[in-house]
Design a protein around this ligand. Structure first.
Ligand SMILES: NC(=O)C1=CN([C@@H]2O[C@H](COP(=O)(O)OP(=O)(O)OC[C@H]3O[C@@H](n4cnc5c(N)ncnc54)[C@H](OP(=O)(O)O)[C@@H]3O)[C@@H](O)[C@H]2O)C=CC1
Ligand SMILES: CC(=O)N[C@@H](CCC(=O)OP(=O)(O)O)C(=O)O
Length: 312
């Protein structure tokens, strides 16, 4: 049986990478719109309703419009890569490691997590759930992303003559990822989020610095690392690094696409200060890889089929 898939926004950064990951997969048939039709609402309506699964790789407003174009009677299921539905009731948050693969498999409406929230939630959500980190802590998130994280517009800016070497932003303290970080980590307060962009195409480092000694339960960095290692023990996508010394973490300018995510817990000698760090590809587990993982689950296929994972 083949599954008919329509990528709405297929000419964009995320859409193109999903199509690459689906190339050669005989389980899927792609509906394609030519360049003249790809923004035509009628052509999109037809494709959206013909598909078994529609993957939305669009700006938020266009993603909301796409959902409205779907006639519920056609049964088209949706994976939305935008931030339009990440905390919307009735949508499954497409982070199988956190919500459970079976929930994604059964869902009709799946919202892919944001790239920064993927790193943050992978680190913090299991620890809050386990009671090792408090839900009412004022969490800070420092992050740096490759410039493809901002789609075609930011790629053009960072590849133009006179492009910046680095960009810090989010100074309105109202980044669109705040609601999903709070909601899906089960926090009482929004996080303080400091995002930035480096002159590398892809990849990101998301860090949560923690004064563990100031927490009532005084957790030790080693116990956080152990808890994460046990939480992701069976995951083929998420790796938790051990205590081997790490002097630096790098993003390469021209890194190859990758759908895995690495987690680190660094602690000082006494273990009362920690830096929780996630390194991932914003276009991999942060977007296109996550969409393909969810697509596999929704189609009853092996979860990691077609993903770009390191050889075990
Ligand atoms: N880039 C990343 O790392 C990540 C992106 N996302 C999310 O994925 C979504 C897509 O992002 P990204 O691929 O980076 O963005 P891009 O800007 O690279 O691509 C968006 C695509 O959507 C097309 N488009 C815009 N409006 C419409 C419309 N009304 N109908 C049909 N097509 C339309 C654009 O057309 P045109 O080519 O003409 O501009 C473009 O091809 C966004 O919501 C983004 O926030 C999520 C996680 C990570
Ligand atoms: C570098 C950069 O600009 N990144 C984007 C987020 C990319 C992403 O995750 O997309 P979603 O918002 O759909 O989750 C930003 O900060 O707005």
């Amino acid at each position: 049986m083949t599954h008919t898939v329509f990528i709405d926004g297929a000419a964009g950064t995320t859409g193109l990478e999903i199509a690459e990951r689906l190339e050669g997969r005989s389980e899927f048939t792609l509906i394609r719109l030519d360049d003249a039709q790809r923004k035509n609402a009628e052509a999109r309506r037809e494709a959206l309703n013909e598909a078994d699964i529609a993957i939305l790789c669009l700006p938020d407003d266009a993603a909301r419009e796409a959902v409205e174009l779907i006639d519920p009677a056609t049964g088209t299921r949706v994976i939305d890569a935008s931030s339009a539905h990440r905390t919307t009731e009735g949508w499954c948050y497409g982070f199988p490691e956190l919500v459970g693969s079976e929930r994604v498999a059964d869902a009709r409406r799946v919202s892919n997590p944001g790239c920064y929230p993927t790193g943050f939630l992978a680190l913090v959500a299991p620890l809050v759930r386990a009671g090792l980190l408090p839900a009412d802590w004022p969490y800070t998130v420092n992050a740096v992303s490759g410039y493809s994280g901002g789609g075609k517009a930011l790629i053009e800016r960072f590849e133009a003559e006179g492009a910046p070497a680095f960009r810090a932003y989010g100074y309105d303290l109202a980044h669109k990822h705040l609601p999903e970080m709070k909601a899906h980590a089960g926090l009482e307060h929004p996080v303080l989020f400091a995002p930035s962009v480096a002159a590398a195409y892809r990849g990101m480092i998301v860090e949560v610095p923690l004064h563990l000694g100031a927490m009532d339960n005084d957790p030790h960095a080693d116990s956080l690392r152990d808890a994460l290692a046990s939480f992701y023990e069976t995951s083929a996508v998420v790796t938790v690094h051990g205590t081997a010394p790490v002097g630096e973490l790098l993003l390469d300018r021209d890194a190859a696409p990758s759908d895995d995510m690495e987690l680190f817990v660094f602690g000082n000698d006494g273990g009362w200060n920690a830096r929780l760090v996630a390194r991932l590809d914003n276009l991999g587990k942060g977007a296109s890889g996550a969409a393909v993982q969810n697509l596999n689950l929704m189609c009853g296929l092996p979860e990691t089929a077609g993903l770009r994972l390191p050889v075990a």
